[in-house]
Structure formats: structure tokens, C-alpha cells
Design a protein around this ligand. Structure first.
Ligand SMILES: Nc1ncnc2c1ncn2[C@@H]1O[C@H](COP(=O)(O)OP(=O)(O)O)[C@@H](O)[C@H]1O
Ligand SMILES: [Mg+2]
Length: 381
């Protein structure tokens, strides 16, 4: 909680070449009841030095020896500090005043109207305090969103790792034992003389075969081994199975038979297609789905479109629906994004993942430029 500007001791930087005017202004402010510590400077070098310190406000004359108050204002902007700036002048033209306000001055006034200075200064400081508080809140919000985003990405990744580990255990422990059991049962079936035993063994063999199939299905859901044959083959296989299971006509088109993809991308694309198809069967009431997988200009695109009833307004905000929200987070883990478009004739979900690593120097430059233009990166005194 900040102390209100009327109650705290204010540190004011006064850019003024006339000692007399300085005294006048300080007296004026003290008379208005302000508790002040005022520091006077009158050269650009002193201004530059002073701008490295913390100030509650800057009061600047317009006409200074060899430079104008607007230069001080420019230096303040350059320093990226948010400090209220009040321009005071003997004779300030309307054009100058407008220019100053445009450049970011908080206020301007004439030396023959100094009675307005204290209220103007307090008002400027309060407005600045509010802006600083808002920027701080924005920054906190952005940080917290970023943390949430990282957490969601981390959860997606750890869920996949956990799934892979479980699949491996099922394969090594359960799968191995079931296969051994099947061999033993087959041996018994071949050597048993008794018809009743043979019948029992046959039924045990069926049960074991069923258990092997089930464990393979579970393993596949946990970790799609088909991905080892490439994303294209895996999605083709998925679309075939989907058509067979649901009776919904499913087509799959691709720009390449084989696509070289960075680690992590195939699984993200596979899970995206899986969720999109599950949604079609669960919600769309569609008779047809088209899947398109392509690489164009270094961007992998997976599009799943249906001819169903479309997503109703509010559907995506359902409290317990995390499918599409999860896809956004998943896509972000590999630098991609998901777009969903929908109308009464159907829904289309598109995953895009740029495949080329961004040029580092460019990225730095972009970040640098963004920081310059983003006032929220500026410091409050
Ligand atoms: N292809 C689709 N056609 C129509 N509605 C859809 C489609 N995909 C998603 N929806 C709507 O969007 C909602 C959110 O989807 P999703 O985030 O995957 O969560 P869930 O499938 O668990 O409900 C669904 O409940 C459904 O109402
Ligand atoms: Mg879903």
C-alpha cells in the first residue's frame, strides 16, 4: 500500500537555472503544505545523473541555458522511468504545451500562476502512483499466467512420461508373463490326453489371448507405438480405426508420406488428432471427418474438420471440459498453437507447429524492441 502523496515526504527534482525562481517555487509548494525535499539542477549532465535516482516528481523550467524542458522530458522517457513531469515556464506557447503533453508531460503551467503548482503536482503524483500500481498488477498477472502456463505444460509432459513408464511395465512384466503363460498352455493343450483337461486348457488359452489383446490395447493407449512408424502412418491408422469404430466416413490427406519432425512434435500432433476425433464422435453428430496433415513453409499443420452441428457458444468454457484447453497447452510445449473454428455446418480444429528453430539474433532483437515499446517494462520510482 503506497502512502498518499499528500502525506509522504516528496523528493522533487527541480530543473531550473534561476536560483530565485527555484526559491519561489519551493516556497510556493511549502506554503501549500507539502513536505518536500527539493534538489535543483541546471545542466544536462546533472539531469542525467539525477535520473539515476528515485524521485516523486520532476518540475522543469522550459527555457534553460542551451536546452529546453522538452529535452529533459525526452531524457526521462529515454531512462524508462515513470516519474511525473510538470513543465513550468515564464511564457509557454500553446504549441509547446501541446507538444509537451504529447511527449508525456503530466502537466504544464505558467510561472505567473504558481498557485496551481501544488495541486497540479499532487494530482500528477497520484495519477502516476495509480499507473504504477496498475502496471505492477498487470505484471503480476502476466507472471502468474506464465507460471500457470508452465505448470500446465509440465503436467502434460509428465503425464506422457508416466504413461510411457506404465506402458513399459505392462509390456515387460504383464505382457511377458502372459506370453509365457500362453506358450505353457499351448504345450499342455498339445500333450493333454484327457478331453476335459483339453477343453479347460482351450478356454484358458482364449482367456489369455483376450488378456494379451487387452494389455496391448491399454499399452497402445498409454503410448502409441504406431508413432514409431512416423506421424503420417500413425494418423492414417487412427483415421481407419475411427471410421471402423464409429461408421463416420473419414478421409486422410497428407502433403508428404514421411515427415521429419523434432522430438515431441509427433506425440503432440497424435494426441491432438485423437482428441479432435473423440470430440467428433462424442459431440458433433457428424457424418464425415476430413483429416489433413501437411508441412508448408516450415509449418506443420494438422486439420481435423467435421460436418457436424458445430460448437455452441459457451461450450468451450464448460467447467469440466479440459480437452481443447489441454490441446492449447500441449501445442505450446512444442512452440505451436491450436485454432478452433466452428459454425452450424461443422467444426474445424487446426494445430500449427513451426518446425524451424527461430533465428536467435532475430528473437533477441524482437524481444528488445518489444521491451522498448512496452511501458509495463518501465520502472516506477
Ligand atoms: N467437433 C465438435 N463438434 C461439436 N461440438 C464440439 C466439438 N468439439 C468440441 N465440442 C464442444 O466443446 C466442448 C468442449 O470440448 P472439450 O474441451 O474437448 O471437452 P469435452 O470433450 O471433455 O467435453 C464439448 O463439450 C462440446 O460441447
Ligand atoms: Mg473432448
Amino acid at each position: 500500500m503506497t502512502v498518499s502523496s499528500a502525506e509522504r515526504r516528496l523528493r522533487v527534482l527541480h530543473v531550473e537555472d534561476s536560483e530565485l525562481d527555484h526559491q519561489l517555487i519551493v516556497a510556493q509548494l511549502r506554503r501549500a503544505g507539502l513536505d518536500l525535499e527539493v534538489h535543483r539542477v541546471d545542466t544536462l549532465a546533472e539531469v542525467a545523473q539525477a535520473l539515476t535516482e528515485a524521485w516523486d516528481a520532476i518540475v522543469s523550467d522550459y527555457n534553460l541555458p542551451g536546452f529546453s524542458g522538452l529535452v529533459v522530458l525526452d531524457m526521462l522517457k529515454e531512462s524508462k522511468r515513470l516519474i511525473p513531469f510538470v513543465l513550468v515556464s515564464g511564457e509557454i506557447g500553446e504549441d509547446t504545451a501541446v507538444a509537451a503533453m504529447r511527449t508525456g508531460a503530466s502537466d504544464y503551467l505558467l510561472k505567473n500562476n504558481l498557485a496551481r503548482l501544488a495541486p497540479a503536482l499532487l494530482h500528477a503524483i497520484e495519477a502516476n502512483d495509480m499507473q504504477c500500481a496498475r502496471l505492477e498488477a498487470d505484471r503480476e498477472l502476466r507472471k502468474s499466467k506464465q507460471r500457470l502456463h508452465e505448470l500446465a505444460g509440465h503436467l502434460q509432459t509428465s503425464v506422457e512420461m508416466e504413461r510411457a513408464a506404465i506402458a513399459r511395465e505392462i509390456h515387460d512384466d504383464v505382457g511377458g508373463s502372459l506370453t509365457a503363460l500362453k506358450f505353457d498352455l499351448a504345450w499342455i493343450a498339445r500333450h493333454a490326453q484327457d478331453a476335459a483337461v483339453r477343453q479347460r486348457v482351450q478356454s484358458a488359452l482364449e482367456t489369455v489371448s483376450y488378456a494379451i489383446e487387452a494389455s496391448q490395447r491399454i499399452m497402445h493407449n498409454l503410448r502409441p507405438a504406431i508413432l514409431e512408424q512416423g506421424l503420417v502412418a500413425a494418423v492414417q491408422w487412427m483415421s481407419m480405426r475411427f471410421e471402423r469404430r464409429t461408421g463416420i466416413t473419414t478421409t486422410m490427406r497428407t502433403s508428404h508420406e514421411q515427415i521429419q519432425l523434432p522430438a515431441g512434435v509427433p506425440l503432440v500432433a497424435y494426441r491432438t488428432a485423437q482428441e479432435a476425433l473423440t470430440n467428433v464422435s462424442k459431440h458433433a453428430n457428424a457424418s464425415r471427418v476430413d483429416i489433413e496433415l501437411s508441412v508448408d513453409s516450415g509449418v506443420l499443420t494438422l486439420e481435423v474438420s467435421d460436418n457436424g452441428q458445430g460448437v455452441a457458444p459457451g461450450d468451450l468454457a464448460k467447467a469440466r471440459s479440459f480437452g481443447i484447453r489441454g490441446l492449447h497447452e500441449r501445442a505450446a510445449t512444442v512452440g505451436g498453437w491450436v485454432d478452433l473454428s466452428s459454425n452450424s455446418r461443422g467444426t474445424s480444429l487446426i494445430l500449427s507447429v513451426p518446425l524451424e528453430a527461430p533465428d536467435d539474433s532475430l528473437a533477441d532483437d524482437e524481444a528488445g524492441r518489444a521491451a522498448t515499446h512496452d511501458p509495463s517494462a518501465w520502472g516506477c520510482a
